[in-house]
Design a protein around this ligand. Structure first.
Ligand code: NAD
Length: 336
């Protein structure tokens, strides 16, 4: 029986790269029945809102979604649709792989790591205010709970096990943020005891940033709180060639949403030259989640082969190809 997956094409280059990803995922032979739904700025004329109820209902039912980038309309009091989706489905884990590609100029040859970012708490809890009308100061509350820390750190260890990884590194700032970051670290140490097969260590976030730039190969699975994860996962994306090449999964108990890390790229939208790699890799993560790891792996291997061959690469990675010609090569590589 085919698996239903909600499909949000999104704004800007979204439709171009999502169509490419659908072709690539289908080339693996996966039996998926896509449920196209609207979200983002493009949904407003039709639905009067950037996140229509029908889209939420579809994700609630399918529990799986492949999503293109979304533009949040400026003004009009709209909150970020991406944040709204995370909150609605309590997508507490943001999983971002970072791997180097043979054939692209990179500072490092062998980056192969995951950042597991807590997606709902910390400095991003959304509780902040000015202390007076003249805005003489502002305060924010960072919330770290035992429950929130426990589930994300367990997620990291479980992911490490499932992906055959050897080490989890917990990133914190417990020397200064003694209670919030300190609690996260304490819970990490407790949980690590239940995973004797996985090495565990911890590192202060500023040192981690430096070590990542000096020698990323010493990291395997990084688990950290929201703000640190936001910054470090862009850093690791930079280590492997930039946002156009990395995908992310937002995972909760009730749903999982897979997406590219990049935005709507309005400067190149409609030109047919957007790089679909990131959304295709998001499609590979979707297949993994569906329990079809072999197909996900084939898709990732196909991308690696096409990039290593260097033909029809899109302009952002130094080629003269188009979204369509690059995708043709990926589809051919998947089927070969
Ligand atoms: P962006 O990622 O859209 O673009 C940054 C630069 O990278 C641009 O020069 C763009 O052309 C290039 N780029 C991005 N993806 C590419 C691809 N696949 N192929 C080739 N080049 C690519 O970031 P931005 O300009 O800061 O944001 C534009 C819009 O996207 C904003 O409205 C922002 O809110 C939104 N956004 C959405 C998401 C999301 O939905 N997950 C994430 C980030 C930004």
């Amino acid at each position: 029986m085919s698996t239903k997956v909600t499909l949000i094409k999104g704004d800007g280059i979204g439709p171009e790269v999502v169509d490419a990803a659908v072709r690539a995922v289908e080339a693996t032979g996966a039996d998926i029945s896509w449920e196209p739904c609207d979200a983002g700025a493009g949904a407003i004329p039709k639905h009067g809102a950037p996140l229509p109820e029908a889209t939420l209902a579809s994700i609630r039912a399918t529990r799986l979604c492949l999503k293109g980038p979304l533009a949040t309309p400026i003004g009009g009091g709209y909150r970020s649709v991406n944040v709204a989706l995370r909150q609605e489905f309590d997508l507490y884990a943001n999983l971002r792989p970072a791997r180097t590609y043979q054939g692209l100029p990179n500072r490092y040859e062998k980056v192969d790591l995951y950042v597991v970012r807590e997606n709902t708490q910390g400095e991003y809890s959304g509780i902040e205010h000015y202390i007076d009308p003249t805005k003489s100061a502002a305060e924010a509350i960072s919330i770290i709970t035992r429950h929130g820390s426990d589930r994300i750190i367990r997620f990291a260890f479980e992911h490490a096990r499932a992906a055959g990884r050897k080490m989890v590194t917990l990133v914190h700032k417990a020397n200064i943020l003694k209670m919030t970051s300190g609690l996260f670290l304490d819970i990490g140490r407790e949980i690590a005891r239940a995973y004797p097969d996985i090495q565990f260590n911890d590192i202060i976030v500023d040192n981690c940033a430096m070590q990542l730039v000096r020698d990323p190969s010493r990291f395997d699975v990084i688990v950290t709180t929201n703000l640190f994860g936001d910054i470090l996962s862009d850093l690791t994306a930079g280590l492997v060639g930039g946002l156009g090449l990395v995908a992310g999964a937002n995972i909760g108990e009730s749903a999982a949403i897979f997406e590219a890390v990049h935005g709507t790229a309005p400067d190149i939208a409609g030109k047919g030259i957007a790089n679909p790699t990131a959304v295709i890799l998001a499609g590979a993560m979707l297949l993994d989640r569906m329990g079809q790891r072999d197909r996900g792996q084939r898709l990732e291997n196909a991308i690696r082969k096409v990039i290593a061959d260097g033909k029809d690469l899109t302009p952002d990675i130094g080629g003269k190809g188009t979204t369509a010609s690059f995708t043709d090569r990926v589809v051919a590589a998947v089927k070969s």
